[in-house]
Design a protein around this ligand. Structure first.
Ligand code: AMP
Ligand code: MG
Length: 325
């Protein structure tokens, strides 16, 4: 077997290192990333599958490991606004939002700088770059030591349920990535809010930062991406976050044989939040979908979730999880 084929073979089955959050393990993760490897790391939203965003080959490995279509660009994680300015055409509105919400679950889409060193593969050849500064000590420590931006989509097989713990990542990506850092459960539990300003201020994806909070900061109305309108960013139309099971949403009664995912004062298999806390429901959402899912053809019925605050993001994920492609 020639060397090239041997390399391909080796890439198909890597031994995934289980790392903790001590200094030695973080050093090991940084070394892997510096050499172009893949590391799943905790962030406050969900676990991210990280690679050096300036290394085409490393970024390509993310797409391969996740089975992600090449047209779906990756969010670029930065250690501070200065790093974001290095790669994007940063502006006053971005600065205002970053001052208010970074580090935190807000991704800002901006035109790329000419000759930006972000791998073309990471932005799916688009003229824009999506940037975020995560609010997690492990992610920030890695970014700081590496001193390079990290491309990091959620650490799961493309289209499937996102990971909010190291166990979820292992279930999906064991032997496909170089390492995983176990940093406990993600505190927010759903992916970042994504905002763009082209052609007008628009929320591309709901998250913990609400449209109202953003429009208060920028002092103008913010549109919500219209599901029925044209697609203005990739990755918006399809089924996503999907368990094997069928989902029945807004269930006000339970049918026999269904698994029951409740909210509030209801009898059910797992309750997203007995106290009707949307923050708690978001933290539990992906974990409970992982727990209730099964390879058998079952249905998971879900209580109605109020469509306000982070409930907007929960309902967005549930709706997309209920679609079959
Ligand atoms: P995720 O699936 O969490 O990795 O989020 C990626 C999503 O962010 C994509 O599906 C796009 O909607 C958006 N996005 C990422 N990069 C860009 C970009 N360069 N331009 C526009 N949207 C982007
Ligand atoms: Mg994802």
């Amino acid at each position: 077997m020639d060397q090239a084929r041997r390399n391909v073979k080796r890439e198909q089955f890597v031994k995934t290192k289980n790392l903790g959050t001590n200094l030695e393990d973080i050093d090991a993760a940084v070394s892997i990333l510096r050499l172009g490897g893949l590391v799943a790391m905790p962030t406050e939203t969900v676990y991210g599958l990280a690679a050096d965003a300036t290394n085409e080959n490393a970024v390509l490995k993310i797409f391969k490991a996740k089975g992600r279509p090449a047209y779906n660009p990756l969010i670029i994680h930065v250690k501070n606004t200065r790093m974001a300015e290095e790669y994007t055409q940063w502006n006053d509105v971005a600065q205002t939002l970053a001052e208010k919400f970074w580090p935190g679950p807000l991704t800002i889409v901006l035109p790329s700088r000419i000759n930006s060193k972000i791998a073309k593969t990471a932005r799916a050849s688009l003229p824009s770059i999506a940037v975020r500064m995560p609010n997690h000590p492990v992610a920030l420590n890695i970014l700081d030591q590496l001193d390079r931006p990290l491309a990091a989509p959620s650490a799961n097989i493309s289209g499937k349920i996102s990971s909010t713990s190291a166990d979820h990542v292992l279930k999906n990506l064991n032997k496909k990535i170089d390492a995983i850092i176990d940093g406990g459960n993600s505190s927010v539990g759903v992916e970042s809010t994504i905002v763009t300003f082209q052609p007008q201020p628009t929320i591309l994806r709901a998250g913990a930062i609400t449209p109202k909070a953003i429009s208060n900061e920028i002092g103008s109305k913010i549109h919500h991406y219209d599901k029925k309108g044209p697609i203005i960013a990739p990755g918006q139309s399809k089924s996503h976050y999907a368990p094997n099971a069928k989902l029945r949403l807004n269930a006000i009664d339970w049918k026999q044989g269904e698994k029951k995912l409740g909210f509030g004062n209801v009898n059910c298999d797992l309750n997203l939040s007995k106290d009707k806390s949307l923050t708690e429901a978001a933290q539990n959402l992906f974990n409970f979908l992982h727990l209730l899912d099964s390879s058998d053809p079952i249905t998971i019925s879900v209580s109605p979730i109020p469509n306000e605050g982070i409930g907007l993001a929960i309902n967005d994920r549930l709706r997309r999880a209920s679609l079959k492609e």
